[in-house]
Ligand binder design. Structure first.
Ligand SMILES: Nc1ncnc2c1ncn2[C@@H]1O[C@H](COP(=O)(O)OP(=O)(O)O)[C@@H](O)[C@H]1O
Ligand SMILES: [Mg+2]
Length: 340
């Protein structure tokens, strides 16, 4: 298998509505590919076509090397789907649910038992393996829903909004599991999300989808460069003992593009280059400056969406994004603020 997914002009119309509009994507083997777009953009429709659950109106696609129309059975043998809706039986335990789905896939009993054990361990659910699913929290259910899709050891795993509706802790955990599945099993993953931060954290490459069309496709880093320029970092920093000397030193740093003094103690700094963030911190510390608060304001994928489509993504998106305090270049980037 060369490419996990190849689509050519893949299109789905519902009467007059073009839900997926001539989509061309190539997902590499072993890649985590994100489809990022607002509600109604066409993400689920695209996924359903690739999973052979919905026939395209136009165009072609290959998944795991097989044609989604002519070789739909083969496609199904090589994929797993974590759909938006969980299909599991509340009255059954996790193990019983998994057994049931294992039978549907014709997995031999011994193999199924081994896999179930291994997968429950992967998502830290061994302890609750024999409890009824109905007693689980949504986050716990989603863990079982995910490993259910892994029972057949798919080459390509589709995940449609895998963290939608989960609490923050479960969201973080599920994201870690997704990374681990990708690394340990070399599973190619295509996931949809309307959360910028999720695409940014998880995906090797991201296709931004809007009104059925892929409007941008690249690594999160490159997408952010579209609006941020080369390695530009913006830093929001609070220095309780800020002096004019510190300010002057910062302004004389070659990596620093601009320093705006917001008030007595608060600066907004824009800098260029790989070491820009470290330069800022070092310059302040060398003059005994105390750093009470620092936040790196990288351009977010949300900015990219706005830049490309001229429209904001839904408000619910940004309210879910947490800001980041006290780290540096090596911490998670803050995606909550716009750099302008
Ligand atoms: N079975 C269907 N019949 C008619 N319209 C549909 C159907 N499924 C989806 N749509 C429409 O297609 C568009 C894309 O929907 P969907 O793929 O679910 O978007 P997303 O998953 O990005 O939120 C929406 O306008 C939606 O209302
Ligand atoms: Mg959807």
């Amino acid at each position: 298998m060369v490419e996990a997914i190849v689509t050519r002009n893949l299109t789905k119309k519902f009467k007059d509505l073009v839900a997926v509009d001539h989509v061309n994507i190539d997902v590499k083997k072993g890649e985590i590919f994100g489809l990022l777009g607002p509600n109604g953009a066409g993400k689920t429709t695209l996924i359903r076509m690739l999973c052979t659950l919905l026939a395209p109106t136009e165009g072609t696609a290959k998944v795991a090397g097989y044609d989604i129309i002519k070789e739909d059975g083969k496609v199904r043998e090589h994929i797993g789907l974590v759909s938006e809706k969980m299909i599991m039986y509340d009255r059954l335990t996790a193990v019983e649910n998994l057994k049931l789905f294992g039978k549907l896939y014709n997995i031999p009993k011994d193999t199924l038992e081994k896999r179930t054990h291994k997968l429950l361990k992967l998502v830290h659910m061994e302890k609750w393996a024999k409890s009824q699913i109905g007693t689980y929290s949504t986050g716990m259910k989603q863990r079982i829903n995910i490993i259910r899709a892994l029972l057949s050891v798919p080459d390509v795993l589709f995940m449609d909004e895998p963290t939608l509706g989960l609490d923050p802790q479960s969201t973080t955990e599920i994201r870690e599991f997704i990374k681990r599945i990708n690394i340990e099993n070399e599973t190619s993953i295509i996931l949809t999300t309307h959360m910028m931060v999720e695409a940014d954290m998880l995906c090797d490459r991201v296709g931004i989808i809007d009104r059925g069309k892929i409007v941008a496709l690249d690594t999160p880093r490159s997408l952010k460069r579209i609006i941020g320029g080369e390695d530009v970092a913006s830093v929001d920093i609070e220095i309780p003992n800020l002096t004019n000397e510190m300010l002057e030193a910062l302004r004389n740093q070659p990596t620093i593009v601009s320093v705006v003094r917001e008030n007595e103690t608060h600066l907004l700094i824009r800098a260029k280059g790989e070491d820009a963030f470290d330069d800022i911190i070092d310059t302040i510390r060398a003059r005994n400056g105390k750093i009470a608060f620092v936040k790196s304001l990288e351009p977010s994928l949300e900015d990219v969406f706005l830049h490309i489509t001229g429209r904001e993504m839904r408000a619910e998106v940004s309210s879910k994004v947490k800001s980041f305090q006290g780290g540096g270049r090596h911490g998670p980037p803050a995606l909550s603020r716009r750099v302008r």
